[in-house]
Design a protein around this ligand. Structure first.
Ligand code: GSH
Length: 242
């Protein structure tokens, strides 16, 4: 039995506030792997102290990529089966760009932009009793600031951060071109990562230069809508089969 632990879908405009939760769910849905869902607000319950995490045959695992790698060998699915070795290399590089670089621009835009922080704070911590409701978000924001600094993104100026994000989105738009999905007519693993980050940027009402940059690429917008339909459709199919 596969149970995934993800954030509650509280943020309008996106299936989940956490892009890695969306990536994991999208991959499971596209592969047709049945799973059950538990909502958590607490990354420290996961073995990597991050969300998402999963319980597979009684064993807890963390990290969307490691969970999917494990499932690939256990359940024997491969969303990249039609990719050539060169495409697999490009897919790997694209996923790392999205998850290890662009993600930190997203993190900055959510947690460091004051207007967005107000929304995020209410969403994640608004239900806490006083005085925790004031204390915990302050500590959490400080921790994200430290993470951004340690990773490197937080050392840049605001306009430099968004220029780096816009360059990543440019590269994604150029790679996608007029194809339906990143590696052709069918979605592959890179699409789970790309969709997750793009809907995180484009979907919610949170504003930032990163969102403006994403919206300036009609092919990325159309792609996000296309993947969104697939995500929802696969979910419906899964529900009927369960
Ligand atoms: N590489 C991880 C990244 C997961 C991740 O960064 N999750 C964030 C939420 S989007 C988290 O749990 N952050 C809490 C923290 O870092 O304390 C994956 O692919 O699952």
């Amino acid at each position: 039995m596969i149970r995934i632990f993800i954030f509650e879908p509280l943020l309008a405009g996106t299936p989940n506030p956490g892009p890695f939760c969306i990536k994991l769910e999208t991959a499971l849905r596209l592969a047709g792997i049945p799973y059950e869902t538990s909502y958590t607000t607490n990354p420290s319950q996961g073995p990597k102290l991050k969300v998402p995490f999963a319980e597979i045959d009684g064993r807890r695992m963390g990290d969307s990529t490691l969970i999917l790698n494990h499932l690939k060998s256990v359940v024997r699915f491969d969303l990249d089966v039609k990719l050539s070795p060169a495409e697999r290399g490009q897919s790997h590089a694209l996923q790392r760009l999205i998850e290890e670089r662009l993600y930190f621009v997203v993190l900055y835009s959510r947690w460091m932009e004051d207007a967005n922080w107000v929304v995020i704070k209410g969403l994640y911590f608004g239900m806490m009793p006083l005085p925790l409701r004031h204390l915990v978000p302050r500590l959490a924001r400080k921790s994200v600031r430290n993470t951004l600094h340690a990773q490197g993104m937080g050392r840049h100026k605001r306009d430099e951060i968004y220029a780096l994000g816009a360059a990543d989105l440019n590269a994604m738009s150029d790679m996608l071109g007029d194809k339906p999905f990143f590696f052709g007519a069918e979605p592959s693993m890179a699409d789970t990562s790309a969709y997750a980050m793009l809907i995180t940027i484009i979907g919610p009402s949170l504003q930032s230069p990163l969102k403006q940059a994403a919206l300036s690429h009609p092919n990325l917008v159309a792609y996000t809508e296309r993947m969104g339909e697939l995500y929802a459709g696969a979910g419906r199919k899964l529900k009927l089969a369960a």
